[in-house]
Design a protein. Structure first.
Length: 511
């Protein structure tokens, strides 16, 4: 029988955090409720009394529920298991084997930081429906750090001064890459939508539209659209800068004793994310188009156990480094993988010209297809659509062809030491360095069009990251030879040489 003294409870200051949140909710709802109640025949004092009674009921009821939860929740860290018991009428008992624990992540919002509390998320890294994680909401910061060190304690890895300690720390100059991310236009659109939505809540949407119209009554319609777009862009820019500061303030990537990578970051919500090196299968160098134009890149981990539950709010656990100069990203990749040279910067084999022709065909369809539809509609409905089709074709087709050529130039694959490397993408160029030992299978796909072009798509299957990483439109013999070289004896038994009539060399094919 286990000792009852081993059981621990959540910290009592959890009640203060819950009450503070409820006060904020009640305060935010009080003014609209008061205005709604007092707008009729009900006197103001009566409306205020109803609002006060509702707020008291909300705060008191919520605090009572939190108190019950606090009293009925307990956890224990044993020699073999971590256990969590919670529930009122039905006690829910959950446990995780300590040997299976792969992550202990700590988060704290501003209120929790003021109270010295953190939320602890303990996970095994398995792809399940939530049974692979335990959450302690909330414990003291010291207790959270103690749990993290205790549960992730492993036999220490050999020391390597060149790759241990702090691998990367925030540089304020990195913020210059925030405005060129895809987040900026999304935030600009969200800002414009938020203005209209909030004005609609208060029944003032027409007044807002009228006020905007008055500001631009002496401006032509095209210039008004340009001005509004610029205002939205400024809002998006400010939002992107603020989001970057919130996410990456005090950022620090370090390797701790025992071979654990730890990322700490966050301004208002502090995050501490731990990743065991034995779960690491490689890295991914991500270069969205805007960031790539400024010769920068982001670095993500390719590791087992990073898949999240459906209700998980930490979808960025794999981010090791924010957008930084590409040279910095390569250097950190080498340090994370304990390599002297970064596999992500290795020279890659080019793909055949057939891959370019395929992408050029897609580009022509993307540029001329919508224009053709408009032209047909214009012939039947109005000539205006015909003019719109001509403008659309003139704008989209050259842009699509440029992106197609860029997509072809970005294709590549190769082997660098213990890693196979594959690169693809244009709007989001991705270079993946994957441990050859982590590849558990190959998938060869070849559509009818690919067979005619003499190319195929080869996917390396792994238990980490996205589960499979593809080499798109490689030459038939080229792709199969790459798979045979990268992971010997995995695909080789299924290959056979076939003499090509137009070349003295034999090519490979799948039996």
């Amino acid at each position: 029988m286990s000792d009852p003294q081993d059981w621990r409870r959540l910290h009592p200051r959890t009640l203060l955090a819950g009450v503070a949140v409820l006060c904020g909710v009640a305060g935010g709802a009080a003014l609209p409720a008061f205005l709604s109640l007092s707008s009729g025949s009900r006197p103001a004092w009566q409306a205020a009394a109803w609002v006060l009674a509702g707020a008291t009921l909300l705060i008191g009821g919520g605090a009572a529920a939190d108190w019950v939860r606090l009293r009925r929740t307990r956890y224990r860290v044993g020699a073999e298991l971590v256990e969590l018991h919670t529930g009122l009428a039905v006690v829910k008992r959950r446990s995780l084997a300590r040997e299976r624990i792969r992550s202990v992540d700590l988060t704290a919002n501003p209120l929790e930081r003021v109270l010295g509390l953190v939320k602890v998320r303990i996970g095994t890294g398995e792809h399940t429906d939530g049974e692979s994680t335990l959450e302690l909401d909330l414990v003291t910061r010291a207790e959270g750090e103690h749990l993290r060190r205790t549960l992730l304690a492993r036999a220490e890895a050999p020391e390597d001064p060149s790759h241990d300690g702090v691998l990367a720390a925030v540089d304020p100059r990195w913020i210059r890459y925030a405005p060129v991310s895809f987040v900026t236009p999304l935030l600009a659109t969200a800002a414009a939508g938020a203005v209209m939505q909030v004005s609609d809540w208060f029944g003032a949407q027409e007044e807002v539209i009228h006020w905007i119209g008055e500001r631009f009554e002496d401006v032509s319609l095209p210039w008004m659209i340009v001005d509004l777009a610029l205002l939205a862009a400024v809002a998006g820019l400010v939002g992107a800068l603020g989001l970057w500061v919130e996410m990456w303030f005090r950022y620090r990537l370090e390797r701790e004793p025992g071979g654990t990578l730890r990322v700490r970051r966050g301004l208002f919500t502090a995050r501490s994310i731990s990743l065991e090196e034995r779960r690491l299968r490689g890295v991914e160098l991500v270069e969205p188009l805007g960031v790539r134009l400024f010769r920068a890149a982001r670095l993500d981990a390719v590791a087992t156990g990073l898949a999240q539950d459906d209700d998980d709010k930490h979808g960025d656990l794999k981010n090791l480094v924010p957008p930084v100069p590409r040279a910095v990203a390569h250097r950190v990749a080498a340090q994370v993988l304990r390599e002297t040279e970064p596999p992500t910067g290795a020279p890659l084999a080019a793909h055949p010209r057939a891959a370019l022709r395929r992408r050029t065909g897609w580009a022509l369809w993307a540029g001329l297809g919508p224009a053709a539809v408009l032209a047909v509609l214009g012939a039947r409905l109005t000539p205006v659509l015909g003019y719109a089709a001509a403008v659309l074709a003139a704008v989209l087709t050259p842009l699509a062809l440029l992106l197609a050529r860029d997509a072809y130039r970005n294709l590549g694959h190769g082997v660098s030491g213990a890693y196979l490397v594959t690169r693809s993408g244009t709007l989001r160029r991705s270079t993946v360095a994957l441990q050859r030992a982590g590849v558990i299978g190959w998938t060869v796909k070849q559509s009818w069009f690919q067979r005619r072009a003499g190319v195929l798509t080869l996917s390396a299957t792994t238990a980490a990251g996205e589960g499979a990483y593809a080499v798109y439109d490689a030459g038939e013999s080229q792709g199969l030879a790459f798979a045979a070289e990268a992971v010997p004896d995995l695909l080789t038994p299924f290959l056979e040489p076939v003499e090509a009539p137009d070349t003295p060399e034999a090519r490979l094919t799948v039996r």
